[in-house]
Design a protein around this ligand. Structure first.
Ligand SMILES: N=CN[C@@H](CCC(=O)O)C(=O)O
Ligand SMILES: [Zn+2]
Length: 421
């Protein structure tokens, strides 16, 4: 078959190819091909090999690009973000530095609730422009797929506004978006004494959002002073009946039993897990719930890191994401989260790369399309200005990207987006 594009002279090709068992039990392995090439047709990988075995796939139309001996990996996947929102929260930064807790700021009507106000008064255009800027940044860091949650409306119209903006960006921007309804992200002040009434509204809204086909996943912020275990269970059970796949913000601050609940309900992922119990982790392993860990949030909130070593030892599939949001993690930089994967979570560089590629693809139920460099998968990949995987994590705080390709098209060059839209 004649290729549209060949990338030759790849110093190290980390395919992150993995069967189901391997990605759970053996995250430290990465298939590495030295002196490699990849060939692409119609936006998909058609062959992967070494040296210059690609000559039979070239004609005068084939573009041949020299990777100059650099490292190539699958496109990175950011599987937990709060991408679309209004405003920013630097006004709370000093309070935070003085030691006021994340939940106390929320109880005072700040935190998520202040972003809810900012999102309500933002026009769709404003939300679109702001989120597009963030997506460009993510792409420049090597991210080619992003999960994006709603949750800054807490009423139907604004939740729809957020999800519609994410849909438009999915159409217009090279990054692919996966959409999550997070109507249960906080309790508005007027419902503080009447959770049931608010939950009733969420159950109505989730049906309408499903009818409009605006979200594939449903998520809940299950936390002390936010949604209890019982409330989260009710919301997620109803969401499943409506046809959503499930996610849960679990055991972020208090060990409530969110990990256990994720296993009981068959969630695709449970996210945060800084305070998850050992029993909960064991149950997640048994039910194949992906542990989606957000180490840049631990860093920014000055909290402990999730026990990733225990999760890996107990056979849980671990993913890492940025958690980009205006409060607990105002940074789009997934490479920084990867570096914290080593420095904070004590994961090895190989484990971290698997966590943001193949394992992250499981988090968003895209494991058969993306997450590894394999024949038939979408040609999303990154050329890193790096000789090996270790260097990506060791030399922290900078952007290592040289070029990014999405569906076989060059979208970042010289560290800057270069797509046309
Ligand atoms: N913890 C709950 N939700 C977000 C934070 C949202 C915000 O603070 O605006 C998170 O995943 O960290
Ligand atoms: Zn979150």
């Amino acid at each position: 078959m004649i290729a549209d594009l060949i990338i030759k002279n790849i110093g190290k090709l980390a395919t992150c190819k993995s069967d189901e068992t391997k990605s759970k039990k053996d995250m430290s392995n990465i298939e590495m091909i030295e002196d490699a090439y990849i060939s692409i047709k119609d936006g998909k990988f058609i062959s992967i090999g070494s040296k210059d075995d690609y000559h039979s796939m070239i004609d005068e139309k084939t573009e041949v690009v020299d990777a100059n001996g650099l490292l190539v990996t699958p496109g990175l996947i950011d599987s937990h973000t709060h991408l679309v929102h209004g405003g920013s929260r630097e006004n709370e930064f000093y309070k935070k530095l003085l030691g006021v807790s994340y939940i106390d700021i929320l109880k005072q009507g700040g935190g998520i609730l202040s972003t809810v106000n900012a999102t309500k008064i933002s026009t769709k255009e404003e939300l679109y422009d702001k989120a597009k800027k963030s997506l460009d940044r993510m792409l420049e860091f090597g991210v080619t797929t992003v999960e994006a949650k709603s949750g800054y409306g807490l009423e139907l119209d604004t939740e729809i506004k957020q999800l519609e903006v994410a849909k438009e960006l999915d159409n217009d921007h090279p990054i692919d978006l996966v959409h999550t309804y997070l109507g249960a992200h906080a309790i508005p002040l007027e419902y503080r004494e009447n959770h049931d009434e608010f939950i009733f509204k969420i159950l109505e809204d989730m049906k309408k959002i499903k009818e409009l086909d605006l979200a594939e996943f449903c998520d809940v912020f299950c936390e002390d002073s936010v949604f209890s275990i019982e409330e989260s269970e009710l919301i997620l059970k109803k969401a499943k009946e409506c046809g959503y796949k499930l996610k849960i913000h679990a055991d972020e601050i208090v060990s409530l039993g969110g990990a256990e609940l994720s296993a009981k309900l068959g969630c695709i992922s449970a996210d945060h897990l800084m305070a998850a119990s050992e029993d909960g982790i064991k149950m997640m392993a048994k039910e194949n719930v992906v542990a989606n860990i957000l180490p840049a949030t631990s860093f920014n909130l000055n909290k402990s890191y999730a026990n990733a070593r225990k999760m890996i030892d107990l056979g849980v599939r671990v993913a890492i994401s940025s958690d980009y949001n205006p409060g607990s993690c105002p940074s789009e930089n997934l490479q920084f989260a990867m570096q914290l994967g080593c420095l904070g979570l004590k994961m090895t560089p190989n484990e971290v790369l698997n966590a943001v590629t193949i394992n992250a693809s499981y988090c968003i139920d895209r494991q058969y399309e993306i997450g590894s460099i394999e024949v038939g998968k979408r040609a999303d990949f990154v050329i890193f200005d790096s000789p090996n995987i270790e260097y990506l994590m060791y030399h922290f705080g900078i952007n290592h990207v040289d070029r990014v390709y999405k569906d076989g098209k060059l979208v970042v060059k010289d560290k800057r987006v270069c797509y046309n839209n």
